[in-house]
Design a protein around this ligand. Structure first.
Ligand SMILES: Nc1ncnc2c1ncn2[C@@H]1O[C@H](COP(=O)(O)OP(=O)(O)OP(=O)(O)O)[C@@H](O)[C@H]1O
Length: 263
């Protein structure tokens, strides 16, 4: 069996003695497209920071490409929720192609002169996210969904072994969201990816597995939620609670839960 891209065993992480995550076991296989779902404060960002090597586990182990996190940062393509700072400034009108090319910058590199091969790579990455026609547009003039696709191209340009997307639909409207899901499901094949979301509809974006995070992690090797996962996401409510009634009305297709599994 090939080594998992991310391998987490019995991991606990605490902030100031307060456990944010405990007993986490999670293996992300090569080629897997994992949706990471969870409520606010559930520990999704903490999990990402542990994978990126920004935080160190309080107990347990985590391996990324078989080694301590942080050793292979160049093999990870990271897509933040939004790109604040330079690229958003209207007085520094950076263009879409230049944002994609930023994915090729490395710490030792000086200047912003790119070779024609690098420009071709950026254009290929933009084509993969259907942004080829907007390569010369100013980044600050794009819609939220177009910006997000450009950021995905920036992450894809270096051909990463692991693509991590942090809430890619957080700042875009429902229509933009479904266009982005279409793009994600098409670029997904062959790329190991981890997409963090609050939104159950991410399960329709071509993901192959799902992990629910709320203090602990529940994993399914297919894009289906078990009752345990729904409880982890939404809590267990008494039958008098309107939330319980609402959860019972979640269409089985959306929750990917068969009617026989319903409470
Ligand atoms: N720097 C910190 N110091 C102390 N506690 C923290 C810190 N960062 C996060 N926490 C706590 O750890 C828990 C998990 O937070 P985390 O940011 O990982 O959740 P999340 O699932 O990413 O939430 P959201 O969806 O709101 O971004 C929360 O209870 C949060 O208050």
């Amino acid at each position: 069996m090939t080594q998992p891209v991310v391998d987490i065993r019995d991991l606990t992480f605490s902030y100031n003695g307060q456990a944010a995550l405990s007993g986490v076991r999670l293996a992300v296989a090569q080629g897997e497209r994992l949706a990471v779902l969870g409520p606010n404060g559930g520990g999704k960002t903490t999990l990402l920071k542990l994978i990126l090597g920004i935080l160190t586990p309080s107990a347990g182990t985590i391996r990324v490409f078989g080694e301590e996190p942080g050793r292979h940062s160049a093999r990870i393509g990271y897509v933040p929720q939004r790109l604040d700072g330079v690229a958003e400034r209207k007085d520094l009108p950076i263009r879409v192609r230049e944002v994609a090319l930023m994915g090729l910058l490395s710490p030792g590199r000086r200047g912003f002169r790119y070779t024609s091969e690098e420009i071709d790579k950026a254009d290929d990455a933009l084509a993969r996210v259907e942004m080829a026609g907007l390569a010369q547009r100013r980044f600050c003039e794009l819609s939220g969904g177009q910006k997000q696709r450009t950021l995905i191209a920036r992450a894809l340009v270096s051909d990463p072994g692991l693509l991590i997307l942090d809430e890619p639909t957080a700042n875009i409207d429902p229509q933009g969201k479904f266009c982005l899901y279409e793009v994600l499901s098409r670029i997904g094949a062959g790329v190991t990816s981890l997409v963090v979301s609050h939104d159950l509809s991410i399960l329709a974006a071509g993901v192959t597995a799902v992990a629910c995070v709320n203090g602990r992690v529940a994993y399914s090797p297919e894009p289906r939620l078990s009752q345990d996962m729904l409880d982890l996401l939404y809590g267990v409510h008494s039958h008098a609670c309107p939330m319980d009634a609402y959860l019972r009305r979640i269409p089985p297709d959306l929750a990917r839960l068969s009617p026989s599994e319903r409470p």
